[in-house]
Design a protein. Structure first.
Length: 291
């Protein structure tokens, strides 16, 4: 028998397996060394009896609608969490406060509606974040990823997003891959800054051909390079009604100020001339009295 197959080696492997499982494994899940896999088990709730030293937890393709922060916090060594294709939604703020070592998080194919600063702010080691295929996701706060400075892969494809603030993404120094395809991007002048950043960035955009405008109707299905050219022309060279109103008000104010200045100058000149004339008359009268 080879050394790797000796009774002593087999016993060691068995003991390691028992230790990693904490002598327990969630019902309907499979447990291997530091990994718990509950894929496709029609779970309605977060499983119990997960070994505390679990590093990788896979809950994909279930019906879980809530991740309990307390139970998650017991898994302090967790680095990989796959929750794709579940029913997670509404408020996830502070859910991941106890799993600060998490490196990989997949929340795609769920019912997320928004991402705030408190959603992922405690995941300081996060490298991969997938929140794609959440059709109800309509808002990502400006500072949502402010603490996720190690983030390299972010996917927000196929959501309900219409706008994304440039600083939300630009301030991620390690970002290398950003998924943005098949969203409902509203390509107006407010979105021009983000499109310009895309054109100038070194970040890779997978499926770039499907990153297109959804509104307004005149730009629908237009890819971002073409949309940037259109928006540069319409936003930076043309004036809107409010611009003309503003310029008209400015012109009127300048005209009024000029008129007032001219009137004041005229009044001052008349007063000065009257004062000068009066002084000359007084001098002439004094000369006549002296003579």
């Amino acid at each position: 028998m080879s050394p790797s197959g000796s009774p002593r080696s087999l016993s060691l492997v068995f003991l390691l397996g028992m230790a990693s499982q904490g002598i327990s494994c969630p019902s309907r899940c499979s447990c291997q060394y530091l990994e718990v896999n509950c894929t496709g088990q029609q779970l309605q709730e977060f499983p119990v009896d997960i070994p505390l030293d679990t590093r990788q937890l896979i809950l994909a393709a279930n019906n879980v609608s809530y991740l309990p922060p307390v139970e998650l916090s017991f898994l302090a060594d967790l680095v990989y969490l796959d929750c794709r294709k579940n029913l997670l939604g509404d408020d996830l703020d502070f859910t991941f406060i106890g799993v600060a070592r998490l490196v990989y998080l997949d929340l795609s194919f769920n019912n997320l509606s928004q991402v705030t600063f408190s959603t992922f702010s405690h995941l300081l080691s996060l490298v991969v974040l997938k929140i794609s295929d959440n059709p109800n996701l309509v808002a990502i706060e400006k500072d949502a990823f402010a603490n996720n400075t190690w983030l390299r892969h972010l996917d927000v494809s196929r959501t309900g997003l219409t706008f994304l603030d440039t600083s939300t993404i630009r301030d991620l120094p390690n970002l290398r891959l950003l998924g943005l395809s098949d969203n409902l991007w509203h390509c107006n002048c407010s979105f021009l800054d983000f499109i310009t950043w895309m054109m100038e960035s070194d970040v890779h955009f997978p499926d770039a051909d499907n990153i297109t405008c959804y509104t307004p109707a005149g730009l629908r299905a237009l890819r971002m390079p073409a949309a940037e050219a259109q928006l540069h022309f319409s936003c930076l060279t043309q004036l809107h009604k409010q611009d003309y109103v503003f310029l008209g008000l400015v012109g009127f104010c300048i005209f009024l100020a000029g008129t007032m200045a001219a009137w004041l100058a005229g009044v001052c000149a008349v007063i000065y001339e009257a004062h000068t004339s009066k002084g000359e008359e007084e001098e002439e009268e004094e000369e006549e009295e002296d003579t």
